[in-house]
Every structure is written in structure tokens, then in C-alpha cells.
Design a binder for this molecule. Structure first.
Ligand SMILES: NC(=O)c1ccc[n+]([C@@H]2O[C@H](COP(=O)([O-])OP(=O)(O)OC[C@H]3O[C@@H](n4cnc5c(N)ncnc54)[C@H](O)[C@@H]3O)[C@@H](O)[C@H]2O)c1
Length: 260
């Protein structure tokens, strides 16, 4: 449920692309950004979920474009960026949030196929997004802001699968490299270091590890899981001009996990 402060026009006049928008953090972010005044281009593979989300946004008076696609496929990402430019006049910000992981195996027990899928979605997905979003933003005098969804697993071995830990470390590396290369073009790039958040991904993990919720709570200073909207609010701030001097950052939204 959005609060009053969420509709204060933080993103008015901007077009923001959101990947992994069919559920969880991405869905909450798309709704929030639209309420904050942005036109949103929502991307994920599940068309029905995206159409329902876009309908909700337009019923509330917002603007949304649907780009059905897989972030591991460069052509799908290119199409989503083109939609932002053609339908809404440019791409001011992007929330590269699509990701996937699983739990329950140690490194030597993990199938190669699982390794490949985790790397493909989390690393190649962000890579594809950066490759197409950056040139679109370079064409604009206003530059842009890119936010990549990382994780506390991007800085620590949290107990998540080893390939997920490696993939999220790589997301942080891509974030810092892109921030360094494109700062002169007015493009800021930041990573959100997300703690355990109540989403589909975590509901699936809890089926395999029932005490995940209490373990996540025990690790954090604020002893609970995040709500997706709490993560989305930080992403919205990073996409907005309010964070104009923040780039190359690893911004924690983790309930204090990384502090203790
Ligand atoms: N939930 C957590 O505790 C947590 C913690 C740290 C980081 N994260 C990260 O947050 C991000 C969002 O995850 P979530 O928790 O909202 O889970 P979620 O499963 O609800 O959402 C993930 C989204 O990514 C989409 N997606 C997956 N593979 C895709 C692909 N190949 N192409 C396009 N879309 C794809 C899914 O369909 C879904 O919309 C992920 O990057 C995840 O790694 C989550």
C-alpha cells in the first residue's frame, strides 16, 4: 500500500524502465514510480502479469508500456529500451532488477545448469541492460540514472548458493565499472544491496528452508524481512534527481545486516 509521501512527484517527467516487473520488488517499484509521476516501461517474461500491472497503473492515472521479454536475450532488452524512447520520448532511468536464485545445495552439489541460469539472469541480464540503456542515455543532454538490484550476497557469503553470491558480486563490479566509465556523460549507476525481502523468490526458498524467515530476522538489526515497497522506495530515490551526487554506490537496504 503506497503512502501519501509516495505520490509527491519525485519522478515527474521521467521515463523509467523496470525489469523483473511481474512480481516482488520490480512490481512494487513499477507501481511506486508511476505514482511518483514516471512513465514506466515494464519488462519480464510473464505477459499476463505485466498486462495486469499496466492496467492497474493506468487505472490510477499513470502511464505504462509493456515490453514482454527475457533479460538474457539482447534483442528483447533492445526492444524494451526502444519502447521507452519511441513511446515516451527517452530513457531517464532504469531499475535493472530481474534476478533469480535458489537455495539448498552446497557448491559441489549444485548442477551446472543452475550455475548457468543464475549467471545468465543476474549477470548477463544486467550486462544486456547496461549495453542498450547507456547509449540511449548518452544521446540525451540530461544523462540518466541506472540502479542495479544487487544483494547482501554481493558483498558477503550469506548462505545463498555460491553461484548467486558470485553473480551478485559481479553485478556490483559491473555497477562500479559503468559508473566510472559514464560519469562524464551524466550517467549515474548504483547498486542496491538488498536484504531478505518477502517476495516470490523468498517464498520459494522458504519451501526448502522453512526457518529462513527467522534466520533472516536474526541476521538483521531490524529483525524482520523487508517489504518489497521498502526496497522500491530506495530505488526510486536513486532513479530521481534527489540522489544527484550518488554514483558507483553499494546502497544498503538490508535492515542493518551489513552493519553488525
Ligand atoms: N527477495 C529477496 O530477499 C532478495 C534479496 C536480495 C536481492 N534480491 C534480488 O531482487 C531482485 C528481485 O527479486 P524478487 O525478490 O522481487 O523476486 P521475484 O521472483 O518476485 O522477482 C524476480 C523478477 O525477475 C523476473 N525474471 C527472472 N528471470 C528473468 C528473465 N530471464 N528475464 C526477465 N525477467 C526475469 C521474474 O519473473 C520476476 O518478475 C532479484 O535481482 C533478486 O536477486 C532479492
Amino acid at each position: 500500500m503506497l503512502g501519501d509521501l509516495d505520490s509527491q512527484g519525485l519522478l515527474r517527467g521521467k521515463t523509467v524502465m523496470v525489469t523483473g516487473a511481474s512480481s516482488g520488488i520490480g512490481r512494487a517499484a513499477a507501481r511506486l514510480f508511476a505514482a511518483q509521476g514516471a512513465a514506466v516501461v515494464v519488462m519480464a517474461r510473464r505477459e499476463a502479469h505485466l498486462r495486469a500491472l499496466a492496467a492497474e497503473i493506468t487505472e490510477d492515472g499513470g502511464r505504462a508500456g509493456v515490453a514482454v521479454g527475457d533479460v538474457t536475450r539482447p534483442e528483447d532488452v533492445r526492444r524494451a529500451v526502444s519502447m521507452a524512447v519511441d513511446a515516451f520520448g527517452g530513457l531517464n532511468a532504469a531499475f535493472n532488477n530481474a534476478g533469480w536464485g535458489t537455495v539448498g545445495t552446497t557448491l559441489h552439489e549444485t548442477d551446472d545448469a543452475v550455475y548457468e541460469q543464475i549467471m545468465d539472469v543476474n549477470v548477463r541480464g544486467v550486462w544486456n541492460c547496461l549495453k542498450y540503456q547507456i547509449p540511449a542515455m548518452m544521446k540525451q543532454e540530461t544523462g540518466g540514472s541506472i540502479v542495479n538490484t544487487c544483494s547482501i550476497a554481493g558483498a558477503f557469503a550469506t548462505g545463498a548458493l555460491a553461484p548467486y553470491v558470485a553473480a551478485k558480486h559481479a553485478v556490483l563490479g559491473l555497477t562500479r565499472a559503468a559508473a566510472a566509465e559514464y560519469g562524464a556523460h551524466g550517467i549515474r549507476v548504483n547498486a542496491l544491496m538488498v536484504g531478505t525481502t518477502r517476495t516470490e523468490l523468498v517464498e520459494q526458498a522458504m519451501k526448502k528452508i522453512p526457518d529462513l524467515e527467522s534466520a533472516a530476522g536474526a541476521r538483521a538489526v531490524i529483525q524482520r524481512m523487508a517489504d518489497p515497497l521498502e526496497v522500491a522506495r530506495a530505488a526510486g530515490w536513486l532513479c530521481s534527481d534527489q540522489s544527484s551526487f550518488v554514483t558507483g554506490g553499494a546502497v544498503p537496504v538490508d535492515g542493518g545486516c551489513s552493519a553488525v
